[in-house]
Design a protein around this ligand. Sequence first.
Ligand code: C5P
Length: 222
Amino acid sequence: DAPVVVAIDGPAGSGKSSVSKAVARRLGYRYLDTGAWYRALALHTLDADVDPEDSAAVIGSLDAFGGAFTVSLDPDVTAFTLGDRDVTDEIRGPRVTAVVSAVARVPEVRAWINETFRSLIANVDRPGIVVEGRDITTVVAPDAQARILLTASEAARMARRSAEFESHPAGDVAEQLQRRDRADSRVVDFMNAADGVTTVDSTHIDFDETVDAVVRVTESLT
Ligand code: C5P
């Protein structure tokens, strides 16, 4: 049998990353966090004094970024490096989050990154891989055996994000999350399930129940 691909999309604060990672662990799969790539590219441009709004300059930095960025597909080892620097925490920070949507909306950037994702997915061994992002079910891996949209009400997503960033005022976190979802939505639709995509709504269930639900959907489709 071919390796199983589980594609998971959803908005910020839906719990996508932690749920996807837990599902990968449970199933013994690899795990690809595609948002981390956009985040690392954003950091790479900031480090190189490239304006993230300058699409041509961002496109021009792709090859250097590709040569510098390394990522682990092991769900138990979250490690991203740029050159020899560990950027695992930095790519989640506010400086990167503020500019990531600008680099992610450039079509050439998406095409380049998606090619990389497709080759990573094509080279994965059995039993499979969980791939998580915004356009995985629709663009990156529309042929995935399991395609899931992970959603939660806006209120639930904001509450979870605010709890994650205890040191920041809840209002700031909520506003930034809304702004980022609005910007990202103009590029790909991750709020509505495409044909054949199963929605898992985590508004009223806890983390473990959400992981269970995603595993059940995956097992029913594979
Ligand atoms: O999922 P995460 O919040 O880490 O994603 C960071 C950013 O990367 C998103 O706000 C979006 O701009 C971009 N992204 C994307 N397509 C993906 C994954 C992430 O455009 N598949």
